[in-house]
Structures are given as structure tokens and as C-alpha cells.
Design a protein around this ligand. Structure first.
Ligand code: COA
Length: 374
């Protein structure tokens, strides 16, 4: 048996950024357009007018101030309201592979490793841009990695579930190292025409190198333990899928073919599930709240993170103990906790303990307890 360790992480951040002010201006222009188009039905009481969004609401309800996206123009065009991405030929890298490769190269450089040191690629994300071949295999080929690759999807928990799979394979000796990559184009499945959720998501890609601790060439984080859990819920759901055209109105512009959530219920049900999951995981590993130097949480909502941080530590976390990046990136699904880890892990000292936790649709929750070395 080998001890697994995270030896490097990398983040690809899209070049384009949308502030709340820009988002709300575009959304409200869309509302004016739609209400003018439907003026007769609205006047006759047959249809409710669409309502404006507001910057104040977004920041208060979520803590989000801006988000990065792969195509700003399409999202902000009130006649379009979704990203418009160039159709690539089958012979050039797909957009998810391209984002993931950028993050993976950064993770390899940080670990001081090359493709020759890696035996597996896991592409773990909320959405895949095609049914097959696996995006992970395309990434493997571009990076020149021998061995194998596969895709997996556990929505917002994909990264921590992927790290558990990678750590288990490293531990058993079936591989020396795996790259877990999380390319998330959340702008593609977000309903930008719905004010209840149009501010929630952003795009990004993260990568994590998990290898044998004995192969680490610099400072790294030993994976002490991982734990995953799922409980079925319809409160975060997207009905898009390969049977779409087989349904009577399946290819129509249907609301349920994008991200849908019952945000209040998610709040009420996921918070106790996550708090209990972390408490049980720490208890099982003999890690006390006072032992935890840092919490790198899923980045969906500031109040949610404040609540979990307080529950786990038994007090309000000090500034920096539970870093948030959601104000800059919004919710980037599985990648959020890895961005937080990547940006806020270098200052920890030998022996410090920290915990990554992600949670979301499924419901799903995954946690990784880490110890710093070097
Ligand atoms: N601008 C202005 N008002 C808005 C608005 C917007 N963009 N969106 C919603 N509102 C209104 C609502 O219509 C509602 O009005 P009402 O009280 O008259 O019905 C009011 O603001 C409150 O809406 P609500 O949806 O209850 O707000 P909330 O405080 O629950 O915040 C979320 C919404 C989505 C930010 C919050 O529920 C959340 O973050 N939930 C968990 C999300 C999550 O983690 N999801 C996982 C995804 S992977």
C-alpha cells in the first residue's frame, strides 16, 4: 500500500468576466424586450410580466460579485442570453479538453512532474460536451500520458469524488499518479433568462495531481482520508440528456433542459447533511476542530459557507481559515473548492491539517482530509 498525496494543482480562468452590474443591465434589457413583445397578453392578464433582477439582491443572497465566462457577448445579448461557442472540427481539441489541459499543465509544473510520471486522467465534471469518446481520453492524448482515462459526473461533488478514486488507485498501487481535471462550462447549462438563478454560475477548469507521497518532489499534502456520500433529491435537476429528441416536445426550448433548483430547500437540506458529514469524517479520523487549520469549501453561497464553517469549527472562522473565492468566480460547480485550495494552501506549515469539502446535486457530498508536508 502507498500513501497518496496532492502534489500540485492548477486553475484555468477564462479571459472574459461579467460583473453583477453588467449581468443585471443585460437581464433587465431582456425583461423590457419580452414584456414589450407580450404586452397584449400581459394587459389581458393572461401572462405575468417578467420582473427585473437587482445587484443588491444578488450580492446579499449569494455573496457573488462577478463571474468568468467562455463567451460574454452571447450571454449579455438580450436577444440570445446564452454563450455562443465556435463549432470546432472533430480534428481539433474540444473546448473542455483545452481548458483542462491548461489547468493540468499548471498542476504538473507546480508538482515538478511531466506527463511521463502520470498513469491516469479522470475528467470529473457536471457536464460533458459530448457523449463519447470520453473527454478524459482526449486530454490524455493531448498531454501525451500513457495508461488510461475516463469521465465521471457527480455534479458539484465531482472533484472530491474524483480525488477519492485517484487516491484509492494510488493507495492500492494500480497507478503511480492520476490527474483529476474539472473543466466546468457552467454558462452552458445555466438559464440566463431566469432571475432566480441567472447570477449563480461561472466557468473555470481546475486540475489536481494525486501521486504517491514518496514520489513528491516538493511541498505537498498527504491525503489522510476521503469520504463520499449521496442521497437522491430532485431539488437540483437538469433534464437534458441523450433521450431528449425521443420525448414529444423534447427538442423544444424547455426550461427543464437547463439547471433548475429549489434554492431554499437546497439550503435547508444540504447544510445539515454537509455539516454532519464533515463532523462524522473528522470524528472517524480523530481530527478535532482545533486541529483544522483550513477549510476549503464548495463555492456556491457565502451564507452557506459561513454556516458550515461555524458548525465545523464551533465558532466563527477567523479571516483566512475558510477562504471564499465565490465573490470573484461565482459557483463553478466541482471546481470551486479546488480553486480555493489552489489559491490558499501555500502558506500552511509542516503538519498542518485542512479539509476540502464539496457538495451539490444528487445530493452529493465529498470530503478530503489533508496534512501538509514540506
Ligand atoms: N433579483 C431580485 N429579486 C430576486 C431575484 C433577483 N435576481 N431572484 C429572486 N428574487 C426574489 C424572489 O422572487 C423572491 O421574491 P418573493 O419573496 O417575492 O417571492 C425573493 O427575491 C427571495 O428569493 P429566494 O429564491 O427565496 O432567495 P434566497 O434568499 O433563497 O436566495 C439563492 C436564492 C439561490 C441564492 C439561495 O437559495 C441559494 O444559494 N441556495 C442554495 C444554492 C446552492 O447551493 N445550489 C447548489 C447549486 S450546485
Amino acid at each position: 500500500m502507498y500513501t497518496p498525496a496532492i502534489t500540485g494543482t492548477g486553475v484555468f480562468t477564462p479571459a472574459e468576466r461579467i460583473t453583477n452590474a453588467e449581468l443585471v443591465a443585460a437581464f433587465n434589457a431582456y425583461v423590457d424586450l419580452q414584456n414589450a413583445r407580450n404586452a397584449d397578453a400581459i394587459a389581458a392578464g393572461e401572462q405575468a410580466p417578467l420582473q427585473y433582477s437587482s445587484e443588491e439582491f444578488i450580492e446579499k443572497a449569494s455573496g457573488i460579485e462577478s463571474r468568468f465566462v467562455m463567451d460574454k457577448a452571447g450571454i449579455l445579448n438580450p436577444e440570445i442570453m446564452f454563450p455562443q461557442l465556435r463549432q470546432r472540427s472533430d480534428d481539433e481539441p474540444g473546448i473542455m479538453a483545452e481548458m483542462a489541459v491548461d489547468a493540468a499543465r499548471k498542476a504538473l509544473a507546480k508538482a515538478g512532474k511531466t506527463a511521463a510520471d502520470v498513469d491516469a486522467v479522470i475528467c470529473a465534471a457536471s457536464n460533458m460536451e459530448r457523449a463519447y469518446p470520453a473527454v478524459a481520453i482526449e486530454i490524455q492524448q493531448i498531454l501525451g500520458i500513457k495508461g488510461f482515462a475516463f469521465d465521471m459526473n457527480v455534479a458539484c461533488s465531482s472533484a472530491t469524488f474524483g480525488i477519492q478514486v485517484a487516491a484509492d488507485m494510488v493507495r492500492s498501487g494500480s497507478i503511480r499518479a492520476a490527474l483529476v481535471v474539472n473543466p466546468e462550462i457552467c454558462s452552458g447549462h445555466l438559464e440566463w433568462r431566469d432571475r432566480d438563478c441567472h447570477f449563480i454560475f461561472g466557468d473555470v477548469a481546475t486540475a489536481t495531481l494525486v501521486e504517491r507521497q514518496e514520489d513528491a518532489s516538493g511541498p505537498h499534502f498527504e491525503v489522510l482520508s476521503t469520504r463520499c456520500a449521496t442521497e437522491f433529491s430532485n431539488n437540483i435537476r437538469n433534464n437534458n440528456g441523450f433521450l431528449r429528441r425521443s420525448r414529444p416536445d423534447g427538442v423544444a426550448d424547455r426550461r427543464d433542459m437547463q439547471f433548475m433548483q429549489n434554492g431554499r430547500k437546497v439550503f435547508k437540506e444540504v447544510l445539515p447533511m454537509v455539516s454532519q458529514h464533515i463532523a462524522d469524517h473528522m470524528d472517524a479520523e480523530g481530527v478535532a476542530a482545533s486541529d483544522l487549520k483550513r477549510l476549503w469549501l464548495h463555492q456556491a453561497n457565502k451564507s452557506m459557507n459561513d454556516f458550515i464553517g461555524k458548525k465545523v469549527l464551533g465558532r466563527t472562522p477567523d479571516a483566512g481559515e475558510q477562504p471564499n473565492i465565490l465573490q470573484d468566480y461565482a459557483n463553478t460547480s466541482s471546481a470551486g473548492s479546488i480553486i480555493a485550495f489552489s489559491q490558499y494552501c501555500d502558506d500552511l506549515s509542516e503538519g498542518d491539517t485542512g479539509l476540502i469539502c464539496s457538495f451539490g446535486a444528487g445530493y452529493s457530498v465529498g470530503s478530503v482530509i489533508l496534512r501538509r508536508h514540506g
